[in-house]
Design a protein around this ligand. Sequence first.
Ligand SMILES: [Mn+2]
Length: 318
Amino acid sequence: MTLKDVAIELKKHSKVLIFCHNRPDGDTLGSAFALKHALEQKEGKIADVVCAQQVPEKYGSLEFIGKVYLPTEVTKSYDCHISVDCASEMMLGDSYGLYVKNANTINVDHHVSNERYAKINYVEDRASCAEIIYGLINYLDRDKTQDVVNSLLLGIVTDTGNFMHSNVTESTLQTASDMVKYGASLHKISYAMFKNQKIERAKLYAHVIDGMRFFEDGKIAIISIFKSDFEKFSATQDMTEGFIDFPLSIEGVEVAVSLMETKDKAFKISLRSKGKINVNEVASSFGGGGHVNASGCLIHGFYEDVKEKIIRAISINF
Ligand SMILES: [Mn+2]
């Protein structure tokens, strides 16, 4: 299956439902809206976007990110269901049931761990899913409107940490350069994503960083976020995006870990590596996955036990 084949398949359908992953980020949203804006350029074509969870407030200032339906709000039927930036069925969360209701499922993604859960699967190792969507839009032969290029640039900017992660390649920069050439606002997007935050987030961040602890001679840094912290600072879970960059930025730290209590005795684990340790393998051993340098999983149990388990799983690699 080539990307061109995916474009040919998409062209057959006039009503397309685009699926984002749980805890939606700039890449899944940007990829989805770039595709929506491109598909709807043709008369009579409809493309809607659905996500199992609410879109974080910080995307509200970006006018090219439009209405995102919750699975329960979807009443129409569509000819085709396509997921973007979703490595597994699990990442679709509560929208998975809706996703598989259609026989024509497509999965376009950039995670090497992708589980090929759709009828048509297209996976390419890129810094962002948005870069693949750019190729797809070219095969669809649609205009690179402001909405399209801004959406794509949002995906690239967020998944590369504003072009600072090791996943950035010449082709990433080339695609970003094309977006700017066609009128995308790099400054506006970067500012909204990295230089603007709610006071509630800032206070939660200060508290979480204060509680940071080091293990294995400073090679592992762990931050922990508890349900009570969200109440204390009137903050929401989606505000923790980016917290993990700080522990990873510390000299000597090889792996940064974020333990977030999502339910009683359930912790969402995020892992980041500077490159020596493959955290995709660590996350996979707990049923999760992702990339070599960024991955995640869910572990049930008491906080101290969960913390011990994850430290052990990482330290066997040192
Ligand atoms: Mn992504």
